[in-house]
Design a protein around this ligand. Sequence first.
Ligand SMILES: Cc1cc2nc3c(=O)[nH]c(=O)nc-3n(C[C@H](O)[C@H](O)[C@H](O)COP(=O)(O)O)c2cc1C
Length: 336
Amino acid sequence: MSKSFWRERADAGPIVALAPMDGYTDSAYRQVVKSVAPHVIVFSEFYSADGLVHSPILARTVLPHDLSEKPVIFQIFGKDPEKFAEAARIIEWYGAAGIDVNMGCPAKKVVKSGHGSGLMINRDTAYACVEAMARAVSLPISVKTRLGWEDHSNLIDFCRGLVDAGADMLTIHGRTYQQKFTGLADWTGTYELADMVSVPVIGNGDVMGYDDGMAKKKNLAGFMIGRASFGNPWCFLPGGYRPTLGETVDVMERHATLLIATKWRKGCLEIRKHLVQYLHALPGARGYRKSLVSVESLDDVLAVLGTIRSDFAGELDKPTPNANENLMDAWKGYEG
Ligand SMILES: Cc1cc2nc3c(=O)[nH]c(=O)nc-3n(C[C@H](O)[C@H](O)[C@H](O)COP(=O)(O)O)c2cc1C
């Protein structure tokens, strides 16, 4: 992809993006989202730039992706411009559409190492990292960050520096570093920013679905959804679309098949949390959830899904209840 990718996408209509989420947005998750909502631009989980440079095994494990995911953006974290540049070359080689830099993760161990949100207070390093990558590859470079360290008074200055360094798009999660995962996202600073920089700006934080994102978008180029997509890839569709129970079970089967095919044993363990989320709000689903959290193989998953299909044989064409009200629980695991 060329450096004008984000500008062209913004000019073509609102950008709807799947947020990078560690432990979630792997290839299988991204394929599931794209199969339901092909217009979404998907972001990977964050990966260590140093890790990608020093471990060809890591690169070979996480960077290959399916054609159906394209255009896919890989997110990386780190603090060494040379490592960022080298990691960017590797990501480009694997056919990504763009590279996103994490400058927003507030997890203690990440910030302590000067990564993630730590770059918001080490601006020269942040700019050097973007500049090194922008020079190293012909892919567009974007940055995902927060409003600021304790308030949004430096957001515009910081982001102007990122754009001067070569950032082609910015995503702002409407919380500060100090807020971590508390309170409500505030998009005001992001709206102000969008009028002050020359690149597309995407808003993020507490979007419940497509319609909510469109209402919040205002002067922005688009919006990004994270937690609301757990067990609910349909959140990216307009009109508050709810899948039937039959569709939900079919997508659960697809998700399990893809995840286990790509990660084997690890996939069997990881699929448990996803499957439970699809059925979060289904009345009487406790028994199925109990079986799903202990699946050991794809056969185990298919057996539970088969039971659901036969138990609900007359109701598979009814809408699946929405699980969005459990949003705030979803930070667990990323809080560090
Ligand atoms: C489990 C989990 C993992 C996350 N991992 C990342 C990550 O790897 N990179 C990143 O920039 N943000 C990460 N985030 C933050 C999300 O991308 C997003 O900014 C945040 O969840 C707010 O959006 P939402 O309200 O739509 O969920 C993560 C969030 C969650 C819940």
